[in-house]
Design a binder for this molecule. Structure first.
Ligand code: ADP
Ligand code: MG
Length: 396
C-alpha cells in the first residue's frame, strides 16, 4: 500500500483541507479529553509552518444530516486554540458562501474550522456534489482521521477523489504501525484477543487465525471457547450458542498453522464485584455457582513466556474483568511484560480498542507499547482485514 504523505506535498500559499477527528467528549461546553486534538497537532503545525492555510473538516456527534446547535464544532474552538497557541477561526457551514468567505479571509499560517460535516445529509451518503462543494474550497486534501476512515463519507472518501491528496502525520503513523503488525510483520506474531464476546469479534478472529502464529484468547471470549470444548463454566459470561462457531475457529486455525492458546487456570468468584471472594482453579474446575473473571497465574506465565519468543504482538480485548480488582491481574501482568519486552527492543506491540486502551493505561503499560491505536472501529476493521475506504482513496 503506497500513499502520499505531507512530505510529498507543498503547502506554501495553498489552502489545505484537513479532515480531522475532533469528535471529543464535551461536558458543560468544556472539552474533557483532548487526546484527539493533541494527536493532530503535528499535521496542523506542519501545514502552517510551511505557510499553508489549514482548513479543518470534521464531524461531531450524530446530527443525522440536520443542523443541531448542540453539535456545533464552535465549542471545540477554544481547546484547539489552547493546543495550538494561536487563534482558530470558525465558519458556520462546511460549504457555500459563508465557508468561501471565511477561507478568502485567511492569510498563510491561519487556521479555520468549518462546521460539522454531518449537518449535511450528503456527508454520510458520500454525495459527490457535497464532496465537490468542499473540494472547491481548497487546493489540496489531507486526511488525518484514520478513526473515520472505515466510513465512505463525502469528507473522508469522496473529496479525496477530487483533489491532490495525502495522509497526515497521525494517519501515516497509524498505517505504518498497522502494516508493521499485520501487513509484513516480524515473526513469530502473537495476537491477544479478549473482551466480552465472541460474537462481536468473529471476523477479527477469522482473519487473525490466517495471519498470526499464536492466538491467545482471554476474557469472556475464552469462556465461550472453554465451554465449546465441553468444560463447565458455571455462571460465567459465555455465549453457548456460539459453540459451533468456536469449534470451527479452532479447526480452521489448525489448518492455517495458528496455535490457539486458552487459559489453563482461572480465577473464579460468585459475584461480578470488586474484591469479591475468589479462588484460582484449573480451567476445568469452575464451580457451578461461580463465574470465571480472570486468567490465573499459570496462564499468565505461559503467555509471558510465549511473548518472549515472539517479535510482534497485536492486542485487542482484556484478559479478564479488568475494571474490578483483583480481576485485572492477568491483564496487568501480561501488559507489563509486553511493555517491558517492547522497551527492551525484542517486541513490536500494537494495541487498540476502547477498553483495551483503558486497560493498558491502567496497567501503566501503554506508554511503552510501540503503538496504541485510538481509532476504535477503524482499528478493528483493519484487523478484520477489510479495506478502509478513506485509506483506499489515498492510495497512489
Ligand atoms: P475493547 O473495547 O478493547 O474492544 P471489549 O469491549 O471487547 O474490549 O471487552 C471489554 C469488556 O470485557 C470489559 O468490560 C470486561 O469487563 C469484559 N470482560 C473481560 N473478561 C470478562 C469475563 N471473564 N467476564 C465478564 N466480562 C469480562
Ligand atoms: Mg469495548
Amino acid at each position: 500500500m503506497a500513499f502520499r504523505t505531507l512530505d510529498d506535498m507543498t503547502f506554501a500559499g495553498k489552502v489545505a483541507l484537513v479532515r480531522v477527528d475532533i469528535n471529543v467528549p464535551v461536558e458543560n461546553g468544556q472539552v474533557t479529553d483532548t487526546t484527539r486534538i493533541d494527536r493532530i497537532m503535528p499535521t496542523l503545525r506542519h501545514i502552517i509552518e510551511a505557510g499553508g492555510k489549514a482548513v479543518l473538516l470534521a464531524h461531531f456527534g450524530r446530527p443525522k444530516g440536520k443542523v443541531v446547535a448542540s453539535m456545533s464544532l464552535a465549542q471545540v474552538v477554544p481547546a484547539l486554540e489552547a493546543a495550538l497557541g494561536r487563534p482558530v477561526a470558525h465558519a458556520p457551514d462546511c460549504i457555500g458562501a459563508m465557508a468561501k468567505r471565511a477561507v478568502s479571509e485567511m492569510a498563510p499560517g491561519d487556521l479555520l474550522l468549518l462546521e460539522n460535516t454531518r449537518f449535511h445529509p450528503g456527508e454520510e451518503k458520500n454525495d459527490p456534489e457535497l464532496a465537490a462543494s468542499m473540494a472547491a474550497l481548497g487546493d489540496v486534501y489531507v486526511n488525518d482521521a484514520f478513526s473515520a476512515a472505515h466510513r465512505a463519507h463525502a469528507s473522508t472518501e469522496g473529496i479525496a477523489r477530487q483533489l491532490p491528496s495525502c495522509a497526515g502525520r497521525l494517519m501515516e503513523a497509524e498505517l505504518k504501525a498497522l502494516q508493521a503488525a499485520l501487513g509484513n510483520p516480524m515473526r513469530p506474531v502473537a495476537a491477544v484477543v479478549g473482551g466480552a464476546k465472541v460474537s462481536s469479534k468473529l471476523e477479527l478472529l477469522s482473519n487473525l487465525i490466517t495471519r498470526v502464529d499464536h492466538l491467545i484468547i482471554g476474557g469472556g471470549m475464552a469462556n465461550t471457547f472453554l465451554a465449546a470444548q465441553g468444560l463447565a463454566v458455571g455462571k460465567s459470561l459465555a455465549e453457548h450458542d456460539m459453540a459451533d462457531t468456536a469449534r470451527a475457529i479452532v479447526q480452521q486455525a489448525k489448518g492455517s498453522g495458528c496455535t490457539i492458546h486458552l487459559p489453563s487456570d482461572i480465577v473464579v468468584a460468585r459475584e461480578f464485584a470488586a474484591h469479591a471472594a475468589h479462588q484460582t482453579l484449573p480451567a476445568d474446575q469452575c464451580p457451578e455457582d461461580s463465574m470465571i473473571l480472570d486468567a490465573g497465574p499459570e496462564t499468565v506465565a505461559a503467555i509471558n513466556a510465549l511473548l518472549a519468543d515472539c517479535r510482534t504482538l497485536i492486542w485487542n480485548g482484556p484478559l479478564g474483568a479488568f475494571e474490578i480488582a483483583p480481576f485485572d491481574s492477568a491483564t496487568n501482568a501480561c501488559a507489563r511484560e509486553a511493555a517491558r519486552l517492547t522497551a527492551a527492543g525484542t517486541l513490536v506491540s500494537v494495541a487498540g480498542g476502547g477498553d483495551t486502551v483503558a486497560a493498558l493505561n491502567r496497567a501503566g503499560a501503554a506508554d511503552s507499547f510501540s503503538y496504541i491505536s485510538t481509532a476504535g472501529g477503524a482499528f478493528l476493521e483493519w484487523m478484520e482485514g477489510k479495506t478502509l475506504p478513506g485509506v483506499a482513496a489515498l492510495e497512489t
